[in-house]
Write a protein that binds this ligand. Structure first.
Ligand code: PLP
Length: 382
């Protein structure tokens, strides 16, 4: 009950009981409610759903109909959206790493908003998507408080961002704004404060020194889902972040964009698996190993370094013991939790189901196509 209202859990469980494992069941109503909460607490923001979190057509259609825009990472995601009659103006090419011909593809399809963080990419955008709006992604702090950090690989320093936006203007593009991502499942709301302060410096310097008036701040994703490690709720994030924006920009602040993935989708889903085998490495070994029919390569890649700790539920009750949890493939990297010990009932047996909570996002989209012959993780929708 800490994770799903009883009626939601029953809806998901009733469907799950009719299906062969492994699969994810997703409750669309929960996504709808999360979207409404986001819009209620960030009434001034435009939402760009990060498609990578879960690109299922059922989810994209739901969010399309609720008025969401979309943060798109590749031509394949774009094709999917266009195929669902999402207008190109509602899409932003948010990946800073892209081929010139893919930029051209987005442009030809009507997309006019592009993220960048480097001169080479910016010059490609100027050539392949002339006149488009560009926003520059900056580096932020916060990797040690995010369960799934997104720093280092993306973003540039403040000085570079300023130079890129000046160059954008000189290349005939529209310098539109600044984006950042403080890391996914970011537990420290304060990192948005530091990031917004950096953005303010960029806005002011560009205006004063070069007469460039930026219009948009993209606050990224990073908003939390419910896992074993609990974070504050979305309303608390929204209240704090709104205060940070107002402190730096006053009430008449620029357009704000949000790019949620995890916080919108995770809690709508349950990954249902079956125990394949339970074993001990010796008669005296301390821990039992529980092997399930789902693993790192079939949806649980976010257990890398045990980063995301999914709550696990079983219908068995009674005395518990600490276990190691591992997947079904012939790869020893396919161990989900070994350091962090889950306490599960002693009477668990082969064939019992384990329910991995909060697995609506970053599971099916990460699942391999046929590693060890196992098919991609299926999903069903309520
Ligand atoms: N925006 C961009 C550019 C991203 O790369 C991601 C995630 O990788 C997101 C938004 C979504 O972040 P989150 O799932 O933390 O909401």
């Amino acid at each position: 009950e800490d994770f799903y209202p009883p009626a939601t859990f029953k809806r998901l469980k009733d469907l799950a009981d009719t299906k062969e494992t492994p699969f994810v069941v997703i409750d669309l109503e929960t996504i709808s409610e999360h979207y409404d909460t986001l819009v209620e607490y960030f009434p001034y923001a435009s939402v760009y759903y990060a498609v990578k979190a879960n690109p299922a057509p059922e989810i994209l259609t739901l969010l399309r109909d609720k008025g969401s825009n979309f943060d798109v990472a590749s031509i394949y995601e774009l094709d999917k959206l266009l195929g669902l009659n999402v207008a190109a103006e509602r899409c932003s090419y948010g990946n800073t790493i892209k081929k010139s011909k893919d930029i051209r593809y987005f442009y030809e399809k009507g997309v006019r908003m592009f993220a960048t963080d480097s001169e080479a990419d910016l010059r490609n955008i100027a050539r392949a998507a002339p006149g488009s709006r560009v926003y520059v992604r900056i580096l932020t702090e916060g990797s040690h408080t995010a369960d799934w950090p997104l720093s280092r690989k993306f973003g540039c320093h403040t000085d570079m961002a300023i130079d890129l936006l000046i160059l954008a203007r000189d290349l005939g593009l529209e310098p539109h704004g600044i984006s950042f991502h403080v890391g996914s499942q970011q537990r420290d709301i304060g990192v948005w404060d530091a990031a917004i302060a950096k953005v303010k410096v960029i806005f002011e310097r560009l205006k004063e020194e070069d007469g460039i008036v930026l219009k948009m701040i993209n606050l990224g994703g990073g908003f939390p889902a419910n896992y074993i490690t609990r974070a504050n709720t979305l309303p608390t994030y929204a209240e704090e972040i709104t205060r940070f924006i107002q402190e730096d920009f006053g009430d008449d602040f620029p357009q704000i964009i949000l790019e949620p993935g995890r916080s919108l989708i995770s809690n709508s889903g349950i990954l249902v698996s079956e125990i394949v085998l339970i074993s001990r490495k010796s008669h005296t070994a301390l821990h039992r190993w529980i092997f399930t029919d789902v693993g790192k390569f079939s949806g649980l890649i976010e257990t890398l370094d045990e980063a995301i700790k999914f709550p696990i539920y079983t219908e068995k009750t009674g005395e518990t013991e600490e276990v190691v949890l591992a997947g079904p493939t012939c790869d020893s990297a396919d161990i989900m939790y070994e350091q962090y010990k889950y306490e599960l009932p002693l009477n668990l047996a082969t064939g019992d189901r384990l329910y991995w909570f909060s697995t609506g996002a970053y599971t099916t989209s990460y699942s391999s196509v046929e590693f060890n012959g196992f098919p991609p993780l299926k999903s069903y929708f309520v």
